[in-house]
Design a protein around this ligand. Structure first.
Ligand SMILES: [Mn+2]
Length: 334
């Protein structure tokens, strides 16, 4: 059974594929704070353009997190385009709700003649010349699958990049599962994706120091029983004591959201910059909470930032206040 896409999606894929055929020089990019979905989607689009014989560069503001460096072609990613690519014909932006999410790469995107925006964030601003936006998809990777499949058989490397997109953006197939997510996964496996290798690289190679960091963070785990929100903080002292950085907090917030006592959870990280990751089991809309503070994401997984130097307890207080309001609204509407 072929995974199906709605008529509008099909039409958009045709338009994007046409743009790819009709132009020569491309930049592909994703958001800062790179995650598995953004990166996997970016690599799959890059490989597609290469197969089509196009000139293409991957350009990201942020460095690829070490965790994902096993994915194909990550060594080719640049932090700015080469001179000849500063004004590309087309910039393809994946997994970004708005163009600002690409950080410094936005300047090059703006110099391109055409911007193609492929994304599954509900709040996407439609910043592209062509927009393929669909919040029924688990991940941007799932959307890119349809574009890649338009060209013919999916390559093994593309399949592996896209599998990394889907497994990470669904929290290992726990949330955000769309109506054809598993059909797409089936196609990726048929194309040769080594699912055990990918899951193993992403989830089974945690360094010991990250558990030492977790043990420090857990010492200040708090549970707001009245609204069923659990949260904790990781500060600079903890990073220094364990020789870790924010990439070692992978999985922490999911872990506390997994508590029976929580309907939603957040983690506040302070390494000079203050970043918050929020997760929900569905009862809270954490995208709304993050958006209130200039961030965004999805209903069940989102993030935002606060000015460096803010008190972490005050940050928690602000987040909890928003969540209390939401909890109150839900109770009133019942
Ligand atoms: Mn995504």
């Amino acid at each position: 059974m072929e995974p199906e896409i709605d008529a509008k999606g099909k039409e958009t894929i045709e338009k994007i594929y046409g743009i790819m055929k009709d132009h020569e020089r491309f930049i592909v990019t994703t958001h800062y704070n790179i995650d598995g979905d953004g990166l996997g989607s970016e690599i799959a689009v890059y490989l597609l353009l290469r197969r089509m014989g196009k000139k293409v560069e991957m350009v990201n503001q942020d460095k690829t997190p070490p965790l994902y460096r096993f994915l194909p072609c990550t060594r080719l990613i640049r932090n700015k385009p080469s001179e000849s690519m500063e004004k590309p014909d087309v910039c393809i932006v994946v997994d970004c709700g708005n163009l600002e999410r690409t950080g410094e790469t936005a300047a090059f995107a703006k110099k391109s003649r055409v911007i193609v925006n492929i994304d599954h964030h509900f709040s996407n601003t439609g910043f592209g010349t062509v927009d393929f936006i669909g919040d029924r998809y688990s991940s941007t990777g799932e959307m890119v699958y349809f574009l890649a499949a338009r060209h013919g058989r999916i390559q093994k490397k593309q399949a592996e990049a896209l599998y990394a997109s889907i497994i990470t953006d669904t929290g290992k197939f726990v949330h955000s599962m769309g109506p054809c997510t598993l059909k797409v996964v089936q196609k990726l496996i048929e194309a040769g994706a080594d699912t055990e290798k990918i899951a193993g690289k992403i989830y089974m190679e945690k360094p010991l120091k990250s558990l030492r960091l977790l043990s420090l963070a857990l010492s200040n785990l708090r549970c707001e029983k009245d609204i069923k929100v659990c949260w904790m903080t990781v500060d600079r002292r903890m990073y220094a004591l364990t020789g870790t950085d924010s990439s070692d907090t992978e999985g922490f917030v999911e872990m506390i959201n997994g508590l029976r006592e929580s309907r939603a959870a957040f983690l506040i990280k302070d390494d000079g910059q203050i970043r918050v990751s929020l997760r929900s089991k569905g009862g809270y809309d954490v995208e709304k909470v993050a958006r209130k503070f200039g961030g965004g994401g999805h209903k069940q997984a989102s993030g935002c930032r606060f000015p460096g130097g803010s008190s972490l307890i005050e940050v928690a207080g602000k987040l909890l206040e928003e969540m209390r309001k939401q909890n109150g609204r839900d109770n009133n509407s019942k």
